[in-house]
Write a new protein. Sequence first.
Length: 368
Amino acid sequence: MPDIHASRRDRLRDRATGSGLDAVLVTSLTNVAYLTGFTGSNAALIVAADGADLLGTDGRYLIQAQHEVPDVQRLIDRKALGAMAQMLAKRGTRALGYESHVVTVDERAGLVEALPDTRLASVEGAVEELRATKDEHEIELLRSACRLADAALAGLLADGGLRAGRTERQVGRDLDARMLDLGADAVSFETIVAAGPNSAIPHHSPTDRALDRGDLVTLDFGATYRGYHSDMTRTYVLGEPADWQREIYELVAAAQRAGRHALGIGADVVAVDRAARDVIGAAGYAEAFGHGLGHGVGLVIHEAPMMGPTGTGTLGELMTVTVEPGVYLEGRGGVRIEDTLVVRADGPELLTLTSKDFTVLPDRNNQI
C-alpha cells in the first residue's frame, strides 16, 4: 500500500521540518515497517525534509525490498547504517533526528564520527505517537486478527478443549494451533493459560498443572495477522462455581464495563483507568488489582497509549486499546476480562466479540 506508507512518512516529515530537522533516521524495525511496509530483519530508513527518502538494507533483501517498497530509493549494503550516515554527510545534513530509544551507544558514536558537522536530536517516540492513531486499513487488519482469536476460542470450547485433566500447557498449545490453522501468521505472545491458584498470577506461563473441577481458568491470548495483533482475555469456571468465584467475576465484569464506557475522544487515560479501578476499590478489592487497565495494540502487542494510574495523555479517535481489569486472590484464583476496542466518535467499537457472560463449563471425563 505505497500511498498509505507515503502518507505516514509525510506526517513524520512534517514533524521533522517543524522541529528544524533536515532528516530523521529511523532504526526501529517496527517503525520502518510502519513507514514503508518493509518486513525484513535488517533495515534503516531516512525520512528527508526534501522528500529524498532512503531505505537501507542488506543483499538478502534485495528482491524483497523491491517488491515491498517500490516507492522509496533503496541502498543495499552489508553495513547499511554506516553507508546511510555517509550519504547524509554528502547531502550536507545539518540537523538529524534519530531514535535515541533504539540506537545503541556504539551506533550513536558512529553517527557522530560520520557526521561531525551535524546536530543530532532525539526524536524518541515520534513514530510511536503516529502509530497510536490507526487508519481504517490498520483497523481492518486488527479486526481480522481479533476474528481469528474469537474463532479459535469458539472451536476450543465447542470441542471440549477446556476440561479437567488437560494441562495448562496442552490447552495453550491447542489454542495456538487453532489460531494458526485458521490463518493467523503467528500468535501475538505466549498464550496464558492459568488454572486454579495460578489464575491469581496475571502473567502466568502455562505449566503441566492439570485443570481440575472447581478451577477458575483464565485464557489470555491473541492472533497476529499481517503484522497486527489481537489481545483478549476470558475467564471460565470448570464445574460448579463457589460463591466467591461468582462474586469476583461479576465485580470484574462491572469494572470492565465501566472502563469500556469511559473510552472516548479526549478522555484522560488516568480517568479511564480510574473508572474501572474505583469499581473494584469500592468492593474492597483495591489491593487485588495491581496492574494498569489497558494499553494500545497494533504492530506490537503493547504500544501507546498506556492506561493506568501513572499514564499520561488523552485518547484520540481511532486509537485501538485494550480494557482488562482483574482481581487476583493469592492462593485461591483470579479473574481477568479483556477486550480490544477502537475509540470512535459515536462510542468504542468492540473488536473481540466472544461472550463475557459468566460461563460455567460442564464437568467432563478426565480424558486428555
